[in-house]
Design a protein around this ligand. Structure first.
Ligand code: ADP
Length: 160
């Protein structure tokens, strides 16, 4: 049986931490869907379409990674696709508390759905999208924390 997993998130913007988790998931499972949640926040940096495009560009060399958009519940989407699990990255105990609550909710919707937690790699464990948005807002260099395509897009935002 082919094992498909879904890596859901807002990815606003995608960071090196996300890339690390997604590429590690692609080595563990047969295929990976990176699922971009439609942003309901007014203060999002990038539109859903832009986030999808950046992720497609980042993973274009990975044959088993695709990118999709979700406008329903992630657990429902995963059931429809026949995914065996969601994959989430854990940076710290705060992430764990939050994620374990979500896991319980997801199980009520899709009782077969597992969640696999991958610990953040040391060098990425302090990176979060909200910090990148903040740095971008104040025109700071973010190239240490995000893939080149994202850094370029952020530069273009500044010049727009
Ligand atoms: P959310 O919007 O739910 O906070 P994100 O879109 O920021 O989620 O991230 C999606 C997933 O990536 C989550 O599982 C999150 O824990 C994980 N993640 C985010 N940043 C990192 C990082 N630096 N290292 C590892 N995992 C991360």
């Amino acid at each position: 049986m082919k094992r498909l997993v879904v890596v859901p998130g807002s990815f606003d913007p995608p960071t090196n931490g996300h890339v690390d988790i997604i590429s590690r998931a692609s080595k563990l499972f047969d295929s990976v869907i990176v699922l971009v949640s439609k942003n309901t926040l007014k203060k999002s940096l990038f539109s859903t379409e832009e986030r999808v495009e950046m992720l497609q560009e980042i993973f274009h060399n990975y044959k088993n990674i695709t990118v999709d958009v979700c406008d329903s519940l992630v657990a429902v989407y995963a059931k429809e696709k026949g995914a065996v699990a969601l994959v989430r990255g854990l940076r710290n105990t705060g992430d764990y508390s939050y994620e374990s609550e979500i896991w319980h909710v997801n199980r009520t919707i899709n009782s077969a759905l597992e969640t696999v937690f991958l610990p953040a790699s040391n060098k990425f464990s302090a990176i979060r999208s909200s910090s990148i948005r903040e740095l971008a807002l104040y025109n700071q260099d973010v190239s240490l924390f995000v893939p080149p395509v994202v850094a370029l897009k952020i530069k273009q935002l500044k010049n727009a």
